[in-house]
Each structure stands twice: as C-alpha cells, then as structure tokens.
Design a protein around this ligand. Structure first.
Ligand code: HEC
Ligand code: HEC
Ligand code: HEC
Ligand code: HEC
Length: 187
C-alpha cells in the first residue's frame, strides 16, 4: 500500500510539473503576440523585389477559404457531419479555414479579418511583434518575436491537408507547394 501511495504521489508531482510549464509558456505567447492580419503584411510583401508574396497568396485558394465556408456545398458538408450550425459558424470547420486552430479573440488585433481565410500568419505565426522593419530585417530577432519558418514544409501542410477534412483530396506535396511557393527572387 505504502509503495503504491508513493508512486501515485510521484506521478502527481510529474503531472503538475508538465501542466505548470506548458501553461506558463502558452500564457506568455498569447500575452505578447497577436494576429494582425494579411493587410499588415501586404504593405512590404507585395513588390517584385520582395517576391510578391501578397499577390501569390491572394491568387491562391487559401485567400478563399472563408468564402468557401459560406457556400451551400459547405453547409451541406457540415450538416452531413452532424453539425446543426452553418459551416461558417461551426468552430470545427473554421479551425482549418482560418488559423489552423481555434480562434481565440484575445489573440487577435483589431486589424485581423477572419474572412481573409488562411493567411500569412496561419503559417508564419502571429505578427504583432515581428512586423516592424527593424525586427523583420533581422531574421533571428524576428524568430524571437514570433516569426515561424517551417523547417518541414510538408509537416506544416498536413496539419490541415489530412483526412479530417470532409472534402479531403490526396495531398501531393510537390504539386501543392508549386502552386503557393513565394520565394524572394535571388539577385
Ligand atoms: C515594414 C515592412 C514589413 C512588414 C510590415 C512585414 N515584413 Fe516580413 N519582411 C520584411 C523584410 C524587409 C524582410 C527581409 C527580406 C530579406 O531577406 O531581404 C522580411 C522577411 C520576412 C520573412 C522571411 C524571413 C526569412 O528570413 O526567411 C517572412 C516569412 C516574413 N517576412 C513574413 C511576414 C509576415 C507574415 C508579415 C505580416 C504579419 C510581415 N512579414 C510583415 C519586411 C516586412
Ligand atoms: C500555407 C502556408 C503559408 C502561407 C499561407 C504563407 N507562407 Fe510564407 N512561407 C511558407 C513556408 C513553408 C516557407 C518556407 C519556404 C522554404 O523554406 O523553402 C515560407 C517562406 C516565406 C518567405 C521567405 C521566402 C524566401 O525567399 O526565403 C517569405 C518572405 C514569406 N514566406 C512571406 C509570406 C507572406 C507575406 C505571406 C502572406 C501574404 C505568406 N508568406 C503566406 C508558408 C506559407
Ligand atoms: C490552416 C490550414 C491549412 C494549412 C496549414 C495549409 N493549407 Fe492549403 N488549404 C487549406 C484550405 C482550407 C484549403 C481550401 C481552400 C478553398 O478551397 O477554399 C486549402 C487549399 C490549398 C490548395 C488548393 C488546392 C486545390 O484544390 O487547388 C493548395 C495548392 C494548398 N492548399 C497548398 C498548401 C501547402 C503547400 C501547404 C503547406 C505549405 C498548405 N496548403 C497548408 C488549409 C490549409
Ligand atoms: C483538418 C482540416 C479541415 C477541417 C476540419 C475542415 N476543412 Fe474544409 N478543407 C480543408 C482543406 C485542406 C481543403 C482543400 C481540399 C482538400 O481537402 O484537400 C478544404 C476544402 C473545403 C471545401 C472545398 C471543397 C472542394 O472540393 O473544393 C469545402 C466546401 C469545405 N472544405 C468545407 C468544410 C466544412 C463544412 C467543414 C466542417 C464540417 C470543413 N471544411 C472542415 C481542411 C479542412
């Protein structure tokens, strides 16, 4: 009996350590970094010299992801899945069609527009603290302030392009990346 109580006690200590450390990390992030929306990135990322990331995004389906939820076809999919709300009011659909996670109002700046669908910050992290020119120019400083550059691109894509999507089509990384890649031209 005594031994069992000791083991239970140790497990409780471990669990509380894990819970404590993960909440302190996430509360720091939500307090300091907010999603500002694609209009804020557009300012600097639309020129030929920068690589026209804004135009490439706007011409991609990611910019349409919210509008897609407002169609009859989307409402039917939601209904077939057993939801009683329209697709654009169903958090389980909104998740992959905007940020890749639930929308938390505290994490959004006033300039964030969810109707812009899957945006720069969906893949690059909330930009309130890294979008200033002085930070953006310094890659490491930007990363310290919330910028994410996925080291494994395919892994990022399949957080949404997976069979949990009710209209899932086989995800072919090379073909799909080719449609949305947005590199800065090499001089
Ligand atoms: C004030 C201008 C400005 C704004 C606003 C801005 N950027 Fe940038 N961004 C830059 C500059 C300059 C660079 C550096 C480009 C270079 O390497 O020449 C950069 C680089 C980047 C990079 C590449 C980093 C690397 O080194 O690989 C990403 C990703 C990026 N920005 C995303 C964003 C996102 C997302 C937003 C909106 C939240 C945004 N930027 C807003 C100016 C800006
Ligand atoms: C679907 C996810 C996704 C979206 C949406 C997205 N990006 Fe990216 N972006 C990436 C990935 C992944 C890379 C890294 C590419 C690599 O390292 O090969 C990248 C790279 C970049 C780079 C560096 C390019 C270079 O030459 O190194 C910039 C700048 C950038 N993104 C800006 C933006 C801006 C601005 C937007 C919105 C207008 C945006 N991205 C939208 C995933 C995305
Ligand atoms: C936050 C979720 C999310 C992430 C992450 C994401 N996507 Fe998407 N993607 C979507 C949604 C939602 C659509 C459908 C938009 C629509 O049709 O309205 C889509 C559509 C696309 C399409 C258009 C497919 C077609 O039928 O023509 C391409 C291409 C694409 N994504 C590439 C990528 C690539 C490459 C990555 C990773 C670098 C990626 N996506 C990451 C959510 C995501
Ligand atoms: C796991 C992420 C994910 C979830 C959850 C999700 N979607 Fe999507 N949705 C996607 C992606 C990615 C695409 C692009 C097509 C694909 O699945 O490959 C897409 C495409 C669509 C399309 C366009 C289909 C087409 O053939 O052009 C509709 C409509 C849609 N989703 C509605 C919904 C509805 C309604 C829900 C909620 C019941 C939902 N989605 C939940 C990721 C998701």
């Amino acid at each position: 009996m005594k031994k069992k109580a000791l083991i239970t006690g140790m497990v409780l200590v471990l669990v509380s350590m894990v819970v404590f450390s993960s909440t302190s990390v996430s509360s720091k992030n939500t307090a300091s970094f907010k999603y500002v929306g694609v209009s804020k990135c557009q300012t600097c990322h639309k020129t030929d010299a920068q690589g026209k990331q804004f135009d490439i995004w706007q011409n991609s389906k990611h910019s349409q992801a919210w509008k897609t939820l407002q169609t009859d076809a989307a409402d039917k999919l939601a209904k077939d899945k057993g939801f009683s709300t329209k697709a654009a009011e169903t958090p389980q659909c909104i998740k992959c069609h905007v940020l890749g996670k639930d929308i938390v109002p505290d994490e959004l700046a006033d300039s964030f527009v969810k109707e812009d669908g899957v945006q720069c910050e969906t893949c690059h992290g909330p930009g309130s603290e890294y979008k200033a020119m002085s930070v953006m120019k310094d890659r490491q400083k930007a990363i310290d302030n919330g910028l994410i550059i996925a080291s494994d691109k395919a892994q990022l894509c399949i957080t949404c392009h997976n069979p949990e999507s009710p209209s899932y089509k086989e995800f072919k990384f090379d073909e799909y990346w080719d449609k949305i890649k947005h590199y800065k031209p090499k001089n």
